[in-house]
Design a protein around this ligand. Structure first.
Ligand code: TTP
Ligand code: MG
Length: 374
């Protein structure tokens, strides 16, 4: 049954193997080979793997050492965040040239409001062709009645996917998929759902509301059920009113000297403030993140009176938070964040995007993510 045009109101666009694809433009001789972009050092993680490398089980956020074991013949390249930001900027400029309402949610990802477009599918095909011509990138696109359907659809047939679904079709197509397929349902939430016997989206969408409300509370319980049915009313652009920017670092070996920790934190605070200032951003909430050697991870934050990107202030608040927390065990990872930034849809916001700084997306999958874009 053809989908009515009115049901095609949102597109989600996501570049394929983004960092790797950019590297392949510069190193065309590597095309078709397993290629991995990862930091260096004993604790480096994989940021992207080419689809050839993914066949060996290599994936994002995996320790680089493990990726080397799984696929020793892969070519490992260091990340070049400046290049990735530049390409992202060009890609998003093309997106904005085609569509008025755009919500950029990462360097390579955006939601597009298709309402009012005469022929949404054709418009998206044209946009993809232009992105390909200008950047050599291929993207995957999902089109649907809301952001949730669009997001899941864009992931469904990567790379170079183009999947159009109305809500009912999404429910049918993903009925037997695990709830973790949905953004916002990470391993912890999935495990709690499994305890209730809810191991598929069909089961989640048809679970008695009362059961979910008892287990997750009224808001999250109802929201989970709605998501299981691919119901979603998030507005494009509405999700990221508040953004944050952070720097974090996993140390090559755990640090237990407070002086070393203070130095590392101060250096990251300085980098962060330089970047905030360069982008005209300020925020009121200054936070730190500490991961101990046993993987206990804590965050501490303090809100100041006025939005700031002042190095002295951010550093002193971060150091005080560290002193007050006083890590009781050696520290594996340390991070600093400034949050509560004025809305800025620059794609440079948020990923740990500094040389030598590794970002592990551990927030992916926590229930808190339900507050995020989809
Ligand atoms: P994704 O869009 O999640 O991944 P991808 O573009 O590499 O692959 P695909 O979309 O085809 O599945 O992330 C975009 C970029 O963000 C990615 O190229 C590298 C970076 N990234 C990290 O640095 N760490 C991560 O854990 C993930 C998932 C992505
Ligand atoms: Mg991508």
């Amino acid at each position: 049954m053809p989908i009515e045009r009115t049901q095609l109101s949102v597109a989600h666009l996501d570049a394929d193997a983004f960092y790797v694809s950019i590297e392949l433009c510069r190193h065309p001789e590597l095309r078709g080979k397993p290629v991995v972009v990862a930091g260096s050092g004993p604790r480096a993680v994989v940021t992207t793997a080419s689809y050839e490398a993914r066949r060996y089980g290599v994936g994002s956020a995996m320790p680089a050492a493990r990726a080397r074991r799984l696929c020793p013949q892969a070519v490992f390249l260091p990340p070049d965040f400046a290049a990735y930001r530049e390409v992202s900027g060009r890609m998003m400029a093309l997106v904005r040239a085609h569509v008025e309402d755009v919500e950029v949610v990462g360097l390579d990802e955006a939601y597009l409001d298709l309402d009012g477009l005469h022929s949404p599918r054709a418009a998206m095909r044209r946009l993809l062709a232009e992105i390909k011509r200008a950047t050599q990138l291929t993207c995957s696109v999902g089109i649907g009645p809301n952001k949730l359907v669009a997001k899941v659809a864009s992931d469904a047939e990567k790379p170079a996917g183009f999947v159009v679904l109305d809500r009912e079709q999404a429910c049918a197509r993903f009925a037997s998929s695990p709830p973790g397929l949905l953004p916002g349902i990470g391993p912890k939430t999935a495990a709690r759902l499994a305890e209730l016997g809810l191991t598929t989206l069909a089961a989640l969408g048809s679970a008695p509301e009362q059961v979910l409300v008892e287990r997750f509370g009224p808001n999250l319980g109802r929201e989970l059920r709605r998501r299981g049915r691919f119901e979603h009313d998030g507005q494009i652009g509405a999700a990221r009113k508040v953004v944050s920017e952070s720097r974090e670092r996993t140390f090559d070996s755990d640090l237990d000297e407070i002086e070393q920790l203070r130095d590392a934190l101060a250096a990251m605070a300085r980098q962060l403030c330089v970047s905030l200032a360069a982008n005209g951003r300020r925020g009121r909430t200054i936070g730190i993140k500490v991961r101990l050697d046993d993987f206990t991870t804590v965050t501490r934050a303090h809100t100041v009176a006025e939005p700031t990107c002042d190095v002295e202030l951010v550093t002193s608040v971060a150091l005080r938070l560290l002193r007050d927390y006083a890590p009781a065990r050696p520290v594996r990872l340390l991070g600093v964040r400034v949050a509560g930034l004025a809305a800025a849809d620059s794609p440079a916001a948020d990923p740990g995007d500094q040389d030598g700084v590794e970002t592990v997306p551990e927030t992916r999958g926590s229930a808190a993510q339900l507050a995020l874009p989809v």
